[in-house]
Design a protein around this ligand. Structure first.
Ligand code: NAP
Length: 240
């Protein structure tokens, strides 16, 4: 079985931690990204992990990008759908563009990336699809009707596809991170960050490596009986 893993949004933030953890676990990793060439080049220089630029919002670009990764490295057996964006606004101010951009990346991106890989995984009778959703897809969040809807959609996609993949040796699972101390969260004013932490029972932000370890477990043979599941990694902030 090939040990090739493809991580979308794998050059920064949580995705970068996932790429590195999979590499450390013995996978050959391809990290996709959207446009930040500087961050991608720095990531490759630091980790030796190859990066590939395309938008997960574009089906044809995904098919072409995946074909390139497989030509370079071999068949992909682990797909981590991590790429995600926010376009926050209260609903009465939300534009169609803000709605559409989030849907295109955070929900349609899962179709665009998984569909071109699905037949190969079925033929090889093995696959791991791991979708990074969010606590806000589970509980909803004011100012994020677009993001919460897309992330909840990711969970429905996970559960349905798990049932289709089961007989073909493909597991499909989701992880819902709570607030993780990525650049984005660390950049908010300290007072806002403190108010976020006050809502987290364990009393701290999560670390990207804690999400990455969940991914490595779900990708492993040890997790072969787990499919259609959601791991909530949120410090107790929302208990499903
Ligand atoms: N941070 C949190 O606290 C948190 C909590 C819950 C869930 N999540 C979810 O975890 C995932 C990672 O979040 P993060 O905070 O690590 O994000 P981040 O630091 O903003 O990094 C996002 C990554 O996704 C890539 N990306 C964005 N749009 C893309 C597109 N259309 N096509 C391909 N790649 C794209 C970016 O590429 P460029 O570098 O080229 O921009 C970047 O590599 C997201 O799905 C997010 O919704 C995060």
């Amino acid at each position: 079985m090939s040990k090739i893993a493809l991580v979308t949004g794998g050059s920064r933030g949580i995705g970068a931690a996932i790429s590195v953890a999979l590499k450390e676990a013995g996978y050959t990793v391809a990290a996709n990204y959207a446009g930040n060439d500087e961050a991608a080049a720095k990531f490759t220089a630091e980790t030796g992990i190859k990066t590939y630029k395309w938008s997960v919002a574009d089906y044809d670009a995904c098919a072409a990008g995946i074909a390139q990764v497989e030509a370079d490295l071999g068949p992909v057996s682990v797909l981590v759908n991590n790429a995600g964006i926010t376009r926050d606004a209260m609903f009465h101010r939300m534009t169609r563009q803000q709605w559409q951009e989030v849907m295109d990346t955070n929900l349609n991106g899962l179709f665009n990336m998984t569909h071109p890989l699905w037949t190969g995984m079925r033929d090889r009778k093995f696959g791991r699809v791991i979708n990074i959703s969010s606590i806000n897809g589970q509980k909803g969040q004011a100012g994020q009707a677009n993001y919460s809807a897309a992330k909840a959609g990711d969970l429905g996609f996970t559960k349905a596809l798990a049932q289709e993949g089961a007989r073909a040796g493909i597991t499909v699972n989701a992880i819902c991170p709570g607030y993780i101390g990525t650049e984005m969260v660390m950049a908010v004013p300290e007072k806002v960050r403190e108010s976020i932490i006050a809502q987290i029972p364990v009393g701290r932000l999560g670390e990207a490596t804690e999400i990455a370890r969940c991914v490595v477990f779900l990708a492993s043979d040890d997790a072969g009986f787990i499919t259609g599941s959601t791991i909530s990694a949120n410090g107790g902030q929302f208990v499903v």
